[in-house]
Ligand binder design. Structure first.
Ligand code: KG4
Ligand code: ZN
Length: 366
């Protein structure tokens, strides 16, 4: 049995977890900073790193305690060293290095995006598993959709990645966050848009074909482009507000200054949210399906915070011919169990990091 401690502080979650053999989650502790950043409508980097400093030690202690593990039980410490916010990454990496040195435990640096992919290897504790778990077979197409990335990646083997396409402007999660802010729905935007589309505050669920927003396909064969979609939503909101004779002149105002609470009805809001969500999902499904065909992939893995989206999961499963896997919701958004899983497969392959390991805020997959 190989136990790995995972540590993740790349953005606004302070997380530590202990995972057995890269699959079985023994503990998964996430201290979210969402409440802290909500008042700013997004992550405030300096406050994030300061909060990581305050929380990291108790979070690691709790993860070890819940797993009933001691330092001597650990085969390695896996830690994210990029991509992410520099000040945030530094906290987790330096704590991991100090612990690895003090406890004489191997250190394994992990790419945050790779960790999102390996969330698909995680299984719930045996007593909660409905059926015997299977391991994703290769070749795979991974759709990494997070707040900072939208990457389509072909995975032929463990650690063998080929980038097939990416966003040329905003990431999918970033589009959710920006449009949610524009619609006055708050942060984080993905869950807020999903709720609005479900008709949380409207008489009926939103109609996904109420508005025909542009599909976010970049010119390259695997590429995405979400900034035009965001502008289309802004234009629509401005148009509705103009029709309503809403107070202030809206033309020329920046997106952040316009709030849909001015002059857009709850039902219109639900329809806009549903149509926007469908436009994002449609583009992601289309590009993923094309990649599956082209490269003969036998499965698709969804990864990253946006993989928590219900419509995305449903449409991918419905429209793609091969099996589509996605992690349980709480392993989709940032957590450290996925770091420990990815770290395990690196450890197994004999990959180790030295204490000179540094943060790489712009670290890429390939
Ligand atoms: O992977 P993640 O936790 O952090 C990054 O590595 O960026 O992803 C966060 C992103 C945010 O943009 C958030 O709005 C989005 O994931 N997200 C969702 C949902 N839950 C989180 N987007 C759409 N639908 C959701 N249910
Ligand atoms: Zn992430």
């Amino acid at each position: 049995m190989t136990l790995i401690l995972g540590i993740e502080t790349s953005c606004d979650e302070t997380a530590a977890a202990v995972v057995e053999d890269g699959r079985t989650v023994r503990s998964n502790v996430v201290a979210s900073q969402i409440a802290l950043h909500q008042q700013y409508g997004g992550v405030f980097p300096e406050m994030a790193s300061r909060q990581h400093m305050l929380t990291i030690t108790p979070v690691i202690r709790q993860a070890l305690g819940e797993a009933h593990a001691t330092w001597r039980d650990l085969a390695a410490i896996a830690v994210i060293h990029g991509p992410g916010l520099a000040g945030s990454l530094l906290v987790g990496l330096n704590v991991a290095k100090a612990l690895a040195w003090a406890q004489d435990i191997p250190l394994v640096g992990v790419n945050h995006l790779e960790a999102h992919i390996y969330a698909n290897w995680l299984i719930p504790p045996p007593e909660r598993a409905a059926k015997p778990p299977t391991t994703p077979p290769f070749p795979l197409v991974c759709a990494i959709v997070s707040g900072g990335h939208t990457d389509l990646v072909l995975m032929r083997e463990h650690h063998d990645y080929q980038l097939l396409g990416q966003t040329i402007d905003d990431a999918a999660g970033e589009a959710f966050d920006k449009v949610a802010r524009l619609l006055g729905l708050g942060y984080p935007g993905g869950p807020a848009i999903q709720r609005a589309a479900e008709g949380a505050d409207a008489p009926q669920p939103g109609n996904p074909s109420a508005y025909n927003f542009p599909r976010s396909l970049g010119a390259g064969s695997g590429d995405f482009s979400f900034s035009g979609l965001k502008t289309a939503v802004l234009r629509l909101v401005q148009e509705i507000q103009r029709r309503q004779g809403s107070t202030a002149p809206i033309r020329g105002r920046k997106m952040a200054e316009v709030s849909a609470s001015e002059g857009v009805s709850p039902q219109e809001l639900a329809d806009i949210a549903a149509s926007f969500q469908m436009a994002v999902v449609d583009a992601l499904v289309q590009r993923t399906a094309e990649a599956v065909e082209r490269y003969g992939a036998v499965q698709v893995l969804l990864a990253g915070g946006v993989a928590a989206n219900k419509l995305l999961r449903a449409e991918m499963s419905r429209r793609i011919k091969v099996v589509v896997r996605y992690p349980p919701i709480n392993y989709c958004t940032d957590n450290a169990a996925m770091v420990a899983a990815a770290g395990y497969f690196r450890f197994l392959a004999g990959l180790r990091s030295g204490l000179e390991l540094d943060i790489v805020p712009g670290l890429r997959m390939v």
